[in-house]
Unconditional design. Structure first.
Length: 149
C-alpha cells in the first residue's frame, strides 16, 4: 500500500474520524508521519479539555507502521508496550510528529540480524498551538527478523 492511500484510509477509519484525529502526512519513504487532533464537542473530557484517550489514540499505531514499512517483509513488527504522561491540559488543535531516522533503523537491523528479538522505545510529544507539550508518550516496538530471511 502506498503511504498516501494509508493516510486516506486512516482518515476515514471510525476511531480516528469520530475522535477528530486527522493524519496530515505520511512520507513517501515511510520515515515520517504527522497527526493532529482538533477539539470537538464530542472529544472533550469532563473539564473541557482533550480527552486523554484521544491524545493516546492519535499516536498509537504510527511507530509500528513506520518501522514495519521501512524494514519490509523480512521482519515481524508489533507494538509491545506504551506509556503516556499528561503534562498540561490540551486545548484547540494539537499535533504529533513521528520521524524515523536512518541510524535507528540500522541499529534495529543490527540487533535483529541473528534472529533475536529487539525491543525499541520511541518517544513522542503531543504539542499544542503555542508549541507547548501537552503529553509525552513512549511506545515500545517488538522487532524480529523472520527465520530464513
Amino acid at each position: 500500500m502506498k503511504p498516501s492511500t494509508l493516510r486516506r484510509i486512516m482518515n476515514l477509519w471510525p476511531p480516528f474520524l469520530f475522535s477528530g484525529i486527522r493524519v496530515v502526512e505520511v512520507a513517501a519513504d515511510w520515515r515520517r508521519a504527522r497527526v493532529e487532533l482538533r477539539m470537538r464537542p464530542w472529544n472533550r473530557n469532563y473539564v473541557g479539555t482533550h480527552f486523554g484517550g484521544s491524545l493516546f489514540s492519535m499516536t498509537d499505531p504510527f511507530w509500528m507502521i513506520l518501522v514495519k514499512e521501512c524494514l519490509g517483509r523480512d521482519y515481524y513488527v508489533w507494538d509491545r508496550a506504551a506509556e503516556i504522561e499528561f503534562i498540561k491540559p490540551g486545548r484547540g488543535t494539537v499535533h504529533a510528529t513521528f520521524a524515523l531516522e536512518g541510524p535507528t533503523l540500522d541499529a534495529i537491523r543490527a540487533a535483529t540480524a541473528d534472529g533475536d528479538k529487539h525491543l525499541h522505545w520511541f518517544d513522542t510529544e503531543v504539542i499544542d498551538g503555542e508549541a507547548g507539550v501537552v503529553a509525552r508518550l513512549r511506545k515500545q516496538v517488538y522487532v524480529r527478523r523472520k527465520p530464513g530471511r
